[in-house]
Design a protein around this ligand. Structure first.
Ligand code: ADP
Ligand code: MG
Length: 692
């Protein structure tokens, strides 16, 4: 029956001509189902007349009273002031634009009814430019029967128009209406209203609705739709996952030999968490469909070893493994690690990055193509067209959780080997709150390395105002005298990399003057990769005492002797990013410090955030807090949220629905047609993830 509504174009409604049709299309509305799912943003209450004596600033409401006075005020701006009274109190109406006729109509003694927002004015409450009409002869002019919906709209399409159209569409609801796409069996025990009731209710909430619930998005009718929307998103990701699974992957059971030799020669035993996650991956690799696994592990939890185990199982099974890192510095670090580990096992490791040119590059490409190299480490350069793998079985992507669904897919495609897709492992040091994992990453399996190797000393975090900069500089001097190395991180408005680099340059110069005895280096995002790598290398080999840097050092770099980090303006960064930065220290056995040097004055939210940093080093706690303070868009990054815009749902508010969403989504696999229709209803036709 709903097919009915989805099949009726808006042009069937009275008054919809070509121009209006176009405007509706701009809003994504083509048919009656679309129109009914175009829900109000908020509501106005025009259902009752509020006594003036009860008005409070900020109230948006209807008042009615008698004009006492209407006069032109010649204050800073000429305006028409009209004083009205209703027996309980009085109110000023203010018009900056008005006509002489308007003034004449507002003669003392006239009764008017107005609607608008009351604000505090010079003489008590006033409403600026209210809507108003005369109510003559004590006629009982009716007020509205339901709350007045305010729809999201587009230029030239007025609320009144949208209301008239939805009025017509709501009539269709009475004759059958929208199809319930969550099967009856799965709705047993729900406390939600039916879909049709929920939609009708939200377009025209009755007078007695609990407006607070509605405002908070917690009304059962809203929750019903939020649930359905979350379900639709979840289903679309599951669909994606199924599609990926339908492709075959090479089975890589391994022999266990190389892995064992590798473990025997490691100077430490694996942590329990490394073992557990390692086993999960080992299992996945043995399947005939591609692994799609996200490994989350806090900074320093030892993800690289886990990646090495996966690579070795792949090599044992006769295929190649590729490890991709987001920066050259990181890729090089991995290359060094993997070479050290694997050379003694007689495994050739190739290396590819943008900076590698000419003959060297050709040699590496050749080794990758012939299959002589069994493990390949590199940057995005690995996925350029000229790179041909001989028999790729596994792709590991390090430090890349800020990858949207589309990026994940395109990487999968690039690594394809004939009919078979490689297994894929994504690793991130940015813990992702569980609610986000359940919604944004439903197409992936998740593993968590929730244990740090023993013997780490937690970082001491100090929060200091930047008017105590001199003290901080002294502290740096003292630390360096004790042969420790120090990071000095300059942050500025994140969007402007140029300004950030400039600030770092200035800071480096200032510090050279203040601390002439120290060897000071500088890295920032505008330097050539080779320059950056060289400075990082000098810092690593302790040829530099102090490294001034922008946030480019955020991910993965490992310099165990660096035990002090100063972060300027930490209040400008997200918690997750601060956590990443701080993870660069505390890697050795000496006690480490992180100094958060904020700019005064600090906002309340800024203070709260820095306090979180001081009080905990647990990445998951920090991520939860970040989500709470900044919302999912910031936490996941813009690329991810581009595909995560909800109309009704709010991941935080509705997080309690997610467990059920997941369960119902699983059960709905038995109703594939309903599942597809749901995805289409909420995500539209063009945005189906499965079609990218
Ligand atoms: P991350 O998870 O941040 O990528 P790394 O893989 O770089 O962490 O590991 C951080 C450090 O911890 C490395 O020096 C690594 O050799 C060491 N490490 C890894 N696993 C263990 C372990 N089980 N016991 C002791 N040290 C370990
Ligand atoms: Mg790492």
């Amino acid at each position: 029956m709903s097919l009915l509504l989805a099949a009726i174009p808006v042009t069937e409604l009275k008054g919809v001509g070509a121009a209006l049709e176009q405007k509706l299309h701009n809003l994504g509305i083509q048919n009656l189902q679309d129109l009914l799912f175009h829900l109000p943003l908020r509501y106005q209450d025009r259902t009752r007349i509020v006594p003036m004596g009860a008005l409070r600033p900020g109230d948006e409401c209807v008042v009615e009273g008698e004009v006492k006075l209407a006069d032109i005020s010649k204050g800073r701006r000429r305006s028409l002031l009209c004083r009205i009274q209703d027996g309980t109190g009085s109110l000023t109406l203010r018009f900056f634009h008005f006509t002489a006729a308007q003034k004449n109509n507002l003669k003392p003694g006239t009764r008017i009814r107005c609607f608008g927002e009351a604000r505090t004015g010079a003489n008590g409450l006033e409403i600026v430019h209210p809507e108003y009409k005369r109510v003559d002869n004590d006629d009982l002019v009716p007020v509205e029967e339901s709350l007045t919906p305010i729809y999201p709209t587009t230029e030239g399409l007025h609320q009144g128009r949208l209301r008239a159209l939805t009025d017509q569409a709501l009539n269709y609801l009475k004759e059958g209406g929208l199809q319930e796409l969550v099967p009856d069996q799965l709705r047993q025990g729900w406390q939600f209203p039916s879909l049709n009731d929920a939609v009708a209710y939200l377009h025209r909430p009755p007078v007695d609705v609990d407006q607070h619930l509605l405002l908070d998005g917690m009304h059962p009718a809203q929750r019903r739709l939020a649930f359905e929307e979350l379900l639709a998103h979840h289903l679309s990701l599951l669909k994606l996952r199924q599609k990926a699974r339908q492709k075959g992957a090479p089975e890589l059971p391994g022999t266990g030999q190389l892995k064992q030799t590798f473990l025997d020669q490691l100077p430490f035993p694996l942590t329990g968490a490394q073992q557990r996650v390692g086993n999960e991956i080992a299992n996945d690799l043995a399947q005939a469909y591609p692994m799609l696994r996200l490994v989350q592990g806090d900074v320093g939890s030892g993800k690289t070893v886990v990646a090495a185990l996966a690579a070795l199982q792949t090599v044992e099974s006769g295929l190649q493994a590729a490890i991709m890192a987001p920066t050259e510095i990181l890729a090089e670090q991995h290359f060094i690690n993997f070479s050290n580990w694997l050379e003694s096992l007689d495994i050739k490791v190739a290396w590819l990055a943008g900076k590698l040119k000419g003959k060297q590059r050709q040699t590496q490409l050749e080794a990758i193509r012939t299959g002589e190299a069994r493990v390949v480490v590199g940057t995005h350069a690995l996925f350029q067209e000229e790179v041909v793998f001989s028999d790729l079985g596994l792709v590991v992507i390090d430090e890349q959780h800020r990858f949207g669904v589309h990026q994940r897919l395109s990487l999968r495609e690039k690594g394809r080997n004939g009919e078979l897709a490689p297994h894929q492992l994504i690793m991130t040091a940015t813990p992702i709150p569980r609610t986000l994992t359940m919604s944004a990453y439903a197409d992936l399996d998740c593993s968590i390395i929730d244990e740090l190797p023993p013997g780490r000393t937690p970082v001491n975090t100090v929060v200091i105002a930047d008017n105590r900069r001199d003290e901080v500089i002294q502290r740096v001097q003292k630390a360096c005298a004790e042969k420790r190395q120090v990071y000095w991180v300059c942050t500025l408005i994140e969007e402007s990399e140029a300004l950030q680099c400039q600030a770092a340059e200035v800071t480096a110069e200032d510090l050279k003057v203040a601390l002439p005895e120290l060897r000071i280096g500088l890295v920032h995002g505008r330097m050539k990769p080779a320059e950056k790598a060289e400075i990082m290398q000098q810092f690593k080999s302790a040829e530099l005492d102090l490294l001034v840097a922008t946030t480019v050092i955020e991910v993965g770099v490992d310099v165990p002797n660096a035990s002090v980090m100063i972060i300027e303006n930490p209040e400008r960064l997200g918690l997750a990013q601060l956590h990443q930065l701080r993870g660069r220290v505390g890697r050795g056995s000496v006690e480490s410090f992180c100094v958060l040097m904020y700019q005064v004055p600090l906002s309340n939210q800024g203070r709260e955030r820095l306090t979180v940093m001081r009080e905990t080093t647990d990445g998951f706690k920090i991520a939860e807090k970040d989500l709470q303070l900044r919302g999912p868009g910031e936490v996941l990054g813009t690329r991810q949220t581009g595909t995560m815009q909800f109309k009704m749902a709010d991941l935080q508010r509705d997080s309690d629905l997610l467990t059920r969403v997941k369960m119902v989504a699983g059960q709905m696999q038995e109703w594939p047609d309903f599942a597809d229709s749901l995805v289409e209803r909420w995500l539209g036709r063009g945005e189906d993830y499965g079609n990218v």
